[in-house]
Design a protein around this ligand. Sequence first.
Ligand SMILES: CC(=O)N[C@H]1[C@@H](OP(=O)(O)OP(=O)(O)OC[C@H]2O[C@@H](n3ccc(=O)[nH]c3=O)[C@H](O)[C@@H]2O)O[C@H](CO)[C@@H](O)[C@@H]1O
Ligand SMILES: C=C(OP(=O)(O)O)C(=O)O
Length: 416
Amino acid sequence: MSVIQVQGLRSLKGEIKIQGSKNAVLPIMAAAVLHKGTTVIHNVPRIQDVFCMLGILQRIGCKCRLEGNTLIVDAVTITQAEIPEDYIKSMRSSIILSGSLLGRTGLAVTSFPGGCSIGKRPIDLHLSAFRKLGAVVEEEAEKLIVSANTLIGADIELRFPSVGATENALLASVLAKGITVIRGAAKEPEIIALCEFLNNMGARIEGAGTSKLMVVGVNKLHDSEFTVAGDRIVAGTYLAAVMAAEGNIFIKGIRPNDLTATLSLVERMGAELKTYHDGLEVSMKGRPDCLDVVTSPYPGFPTDLQSQMMAVMASGHGTGRLTETIFEGRFATAKELKKLGSDIVIDGKHAIVHGLYPLSGNRVIAPDLRGGAALVVAGLASEGVTEIHEGYHIERGYEDICRDLSSLGAVIRGME
Ligand SMILES: CC(=O)N[C@H]1[C@@H](OP(=O)(O)OP(=O)(O)OC[C@H]2O[C@@H](n3ccc(=O)[nH]c3=O)[C@H](O)[C@@H]2O)O[C@H](CO)[C@@H](O)[C@@H]1O
Ligand SMILES: C=C(OP(=O)(O)O)C(=O)O
């Protein structure tokens, strides 16, 4: 699907089941490499990033079967510790395999990762964690070679709670000798999921969900089965969709507690919410109020929902200010939203959004995964047709955004 067409100004109504979490399943798939046996993962979303990770697992020797939303990974034999560069460039999460390959084989040959063009995205914290555990990191003609004879538990201090660096430090330390303490760790629900997954396969990790993780190295892991939780960012995207389009929808298959900062924001913007243990009902009448929003690491408001919220405010009421503190490139979406008539002024880390309704349909280009989803949201609040080009970005993280929104009454279709 390279182009998405949205006919705006239709309210949304109905119920939507949220796919499994991308940012949880990718490190879990990488973690399966640590075990010389079989891992079964349920509620795996059928998205491009998962297909890419599957491709990498197969290239390094794993036997994988994706049946519906269940993935079986047989990692009895790893035949190579090098990940081809084309895979690495097409997906940020490929870097997470360095930790698990290093833990499993003592060697990981990768290169600098790709991902969304949302900022510089260095990996210095990942590499310094590997070094702390006793690995040697070498750069050779675009290749990044991380190796260790023996990984030894260590005290790792992260100067920023990087999600990826926390995951890599965990993966490299599970089979290391002795105790590893990770201070300044990320607290995202996806880190908790990874710790639960690893403990369920025999690892010994304490402190998940806090900034201090303790890993007691073990000698071996065992076969396991795990179910991935619903994707809080996809849920937040559909929340943004109903804020922009108005209406009433039930979002099921997620834990509202994972979305506390987002839910508090949308309530202040004017939505009515009812939360249940595995879902929530959202009702939006009239235009949402524009407010001040600052992105920050969990439990703060997630950068992965900033663009969608920009789209909501662009079609809202009053003036708001978005401050992006994590990824400096995420305001690329503003340029596209302006093509729909929105009034957004960028000033460094801040975007000042003056709400206007309705926006007017136009041809726009998805700048990245969440920026693409934000343009779909803006299309719902636009008069006429909005055509979003380069929709392949959206497929990295959404199983089928057109299927989901049409089931809620949106007039939307994808075209090749
Ligand atoms: C697959 C996945 O889970 N992706 C998520 C993960 O990305 P990712 O793991 O790449 O994000 P990080 O938490 O590592 O990055 C956060 C910040 O730390 C900086 N940094 C990171 C690593 C490092 O070695 N040095 C450094 O300076 C980054 O430039 C960025 O400014 O967390 C982000 C922040 O919640 C989300 O937006 C992404 O959706
Ligand atoms: C930035 C994102 O993903 P990735 O880290 O995989 O590029 C995202 O999910 O918004």
